[in-house]
Design a protein around this ligand. Sequence first.
Ligand code: PEP
Ligand code: MN
Length: 286
Amino acid sequence: MLDSGNNKCGRETQTNEFLLATKRDPAQRTIVWVNDIPIGGEKVVVIAGPCSVESGEQVFSTALAVRKSGAVILRGGAYKPRTSPYDFQGLGLDGLKLLREAGDLAGLPVVTEVMSEEDLEHVCEYADMIQIGARNMQNFALLKKVARIKKPVLLKRGLSATIKEWILAAEYLLQGGNKNVVLCERGIRTFDNSLRNTLDLAGVALVKELSHLPVIVDPSHATGKRSLIAATAKAAIAVGADGIIVEVHPEPEKALSDSAQQLNFTEFDKMMKDLQKPLRSLVALS
Ligand code: PEP
Ligand code: MN
């Protein structure tokens, strides 16, 4: 349990209780199945794909490439939460259809973001896992709707959300009837703007200690910087994350969104190989 909060009357609030997300004993863990892929078990799951679905050619080639390198779930945004209304907003329903086709072509389940309640039906029709993005982590109306469906959910941590707020957002899904929740740390806003966000790896370890839910890490949005993705992915696994979600594009420099943080196929393949290598050994007295 995290620090207890006090309301304005000085009485202790009960909202700090994670009734359903709490780990009741240290060995308790939930495995969330995305079709036949287990998230939260012994092995680490790699989810990969473009930030946005841009065209058939782009998403089909990416699906085949990431599968070949070892990814087991395909990601791709069709409804994009962009800071500026003048930026590419995603292909919408056409993007969902292309993502589904790409997943089927490569034999991979697909995860994509739902931005609003009105798109939920379409997203459920085409996706195997529903992503709730950082900007919607506390969209309680959306959480309540998604709680009523049975598809697995990838719940990203809000840009400025505390661990407590993040777990309570998961609690909305669990309490509303959807037990298939995977948490995703994707970096938070701090005083330091050297990188896009600050990756809270200690927070990942803390959530793994507090909750039985699987936790994965998104090094792409956490750093915003291609050259740091392999290192932070490795660190995420070292700290106990159940998986990583990484953005991959055939030509990152031409990507319509998040160009600086997407890996090309060669870079992704190299990262996958690096992830198989053991950590460095300790200096020992001779
Ligand atoms: C994404 O995964 O495409 C995305 C927009 O991520 P986030 O919600 O973490 O910013
Ligand atoms: Mn992105």
